[in-house]
Design a protein around this ligand. Structure first.
Ligand code: UPG
Ligand code: MN
Length: 559
């Protein structure tokens, strides 16, 4: 109401995004109420019909009671999360009208770790889809962190940097979606209406297929041929490398966006493109993805230092070229934007099998739980498809005093040439740089937790920042989910372990978050943090009732 009045009265504040509560909640709440009554009745039944004789009978009955008590508690947490979901909508046209000239720089971090599990062709498809965002290219910088330290990945990146000169103008001219060449050409049909267009289409497609073939052949070979190595000085670095766990920093600015000669084949500027394999030594902990991300934060702070950072896994390409603009509608909103620390997008997958037997699609989490978490105070940070405010990720506390002047933050302080920058940045990515500093503790992503993302997001929220969840109409990012039982188990073991670790350490939402985030958000976190602890109740319920059935002991009411 107040907002409406202001809008009409002064006609100056039109928000860049709006929030709507989900409709039809009354029905849902009534439904929850009926389940609540049923649960109470089960518990009453357990207490009032406790068997009087037979130790096995009594103890199995008591076990059932505790398992059901646990399930009831978990059910309560789940309903709390789902009680008031909210949805966000953006106004990109208003963003362009007001800020087109002052749009801030955006740094995009892509992480990869193993050229065998994460093939170079997949990695560069993700990178290309990020470079092709519908956004002023001179304001985009894409960084690839290669923890695999692989010359195959480096070679693929070099090829991608060349191909991007054709790919980017092609995407923009034909306004295509998605902008991962592999995903696009897999389904797209040649445009038949205009022969010129068709010619270009076929040309770019052939370029892509040739590049893909070359990269795949090299990957199969396992090493980059001599004659290709001569093409770029970067390959020399691999002359000194014996193992992927023991090597110096390799940093190459493949495209320097500030260089006036870095142009696509239509004379438009290109985004900056950086390859980084941080230094690794066996005697120093590398801290997995968190270590990689922190090295990227430091290196990018010297090269582009954009106030907004997007982080994706290398198996998650951009499926929607407007995601950056959508995210900025939140950060740049004059009224509510200042307090936003990060914007999380849903994780969606393109390789879900028909029956999804291992339940990897995460649909319930992404479509039901996360809008609810947003309503309760802010979604978790889940490692990919997330836009961060650099200062929040670097550990700064929220303060409403200093307003951001987007013109000011756009000013690039660095004027060094690419060569000088590469030298300086090598030190920032060295394996000793973090030691005895706040990196991994108060700054950047936190070390020592298998789910570095969740614990980092919680810490950002505890420092006063708000997080928001945004489901765009067209999916923002598409990735690969585990496909085998083994992969699924490994992933779930890591998630459960990491989440449980957060619960019982001093970083738990109840200790760390006490008085810093709302109580309902602290409780909402438990929907995931308590995942592992359900094992007892679940196992009990699976094993004991069938055994009792065999012995003729009845645990349920007779009908
Ligand atoms: O030492 C490492 C290990 C992993 N990664 C990268 O981290 C990402 C995620 O690793 P992955 O093994 O694929 O884990 P998932 O279980 O698929 O990842 C989910 O869960 C992780 C932990 O919560 C999050 O970090 C991820 O973003 C999220 O997609 C990938 O891009 C890896 O290349 C590194 O950069 N360095
Ligand atoms: Mn993954």
């Amino acid at each position: 109401m107040r907002e409406k009045e202001r809008e009409m009265g002064k006609n100056e504040y039109l928000p860049l995004f709006e929030t709507r509560a989900s409709r039809g909640r009354l029905l849902f709440k009534l439904y929850v109420l009926t389940i609540f009554v049923a649960i109470c009745m089960i518990l009453v039944y357990r207490v009032s019909y406790l068997p009087v004789e037979g130790a096995v009978e009594i103890w199995s009955w008591i076990g059932m009671f505790f398992a059901e008590l646990w399930f009831s508690f978990y059910w309560f947490i789940t309903q709390l999360v789902r009680w008031n979901p909210i949805y966000r909508y953006t106004f990109k046209d208003r963003l362009s009208q007001r800020y087109e000239k002052d749009l801030p720089g955006v740094d995009i971090f892509v992480c990869t770790a193993d050229p065998e599990i994460e093939p170079p062709t997949m990695v560069i498809n993700t990178v290309l889809s990020m470079m092709a965002y519908d956004y002023p290219p001179e304001k985009l910088s894409v960084y690839l962190s290669d923890d695999g330290g692989s010359d195959l990945t480096f070679y693929a990146m070099l090829e991608a940097s060349r191909f991007s000169k054709h790919w980017l103008p092609f995407c923009k001219k034909l306004k295509i979606q998605p902008r991962s060449p592999e995903a696009y050409f897999r389904t797209a049909l040649e445009p038949l209406d205009d022969p010129n267009k068709a010619k270009e289409w076929l040309f770019v497609k052939k370029l892509y297929i040739d590049m893909k073939y070359q990269i795949e052949a090299t990957t199969k070979l396992g090493k980059v041929p001599e004659e290709i190595c001569k093409e770029h000085k970067g390959f020399h670095e691999w002359n000194f490398i014996s193992s992927r766990r023991d090597h110096q920093t390799i940093l190459e600015i493949l495209i320097d966006g500030t260089d006036p000669q870095a142009m696509d084949n239509e004379g438009q500027p290109l985004p900056t493109l950086v390859y980084l394999a941080r230094e690794k030594r066996p005697q120093y902990p590398h801290n997995f993805k968190a270590g990689a991300m922190n090295a990227l934060i430091r290196v990018s702070s010297r090269i582009s230092n954009s106030p907004i950072i997007l982080n994706v896994d290398c198996d998650m390409y951009s499926n929607n070229s407007y995601s950056v603009r959508d995210a900025l509608c939140f950060f740049m909103d004059e009224e509510k934007g200042r307090e936003i620390g990060y914007i999380q997008y849903p994780q969606a997958f393109e390789n879900i099998t028909k029956n999804d037997i291992y339940c990897n699609s995460l649909n319930i989490e992404m479509e039901v739980d996360f809008p609810g978490l947003d309503g309760n105070g802010g979604p978790l940070y889940i490692g990919t498809g997330c836009f961060h405010r650099r200062e929040a990720l670097c550990g700064r506390r929220y303060s409403n005093e200093n307003k951001v002047d987007w013109k000011e933050v756009n000013y690039r302080k660095v004027k060094e040439s690419a060569g000088v920058l590469e030298e300086v940045c090598r030190i920032l990515a060295s394996c000793t740089y973090d030691a005895n500093t706040e990196w991994g503790k108060e700054m950047g992503l936190k070390y020592g937790c298998p789910v570095e993302d969740v614990i980092t997001g919680l810490s950002v929220q505890c420092k006063g920042w708000r997080s928001m969840y945004f489901i765009p109409e067209r999916k923002g990012f598409l990735g690969l989910a585990p496909t085998t039982l083994l992969q699924t188990l490994v992933q779930h073991k890591r998630w459960s372990e990491g989440d449980f670790q957060i619960l019982i350490t001093r970083h738990s939402p109840f200790l760390f978050g006490h008085k810093r985030i709302p109580l309902k958000l602290q409780l909402s976190y438990c929907i995931y943090l308590l995942w592992a602890t359900s094992w007892f109740a679940v196992l009990y319920y699976l094993v004991v009732p069938p055994l009792c059935l065999l012995r003729g002991i009845s645990l349920f009411p007779k009908v």
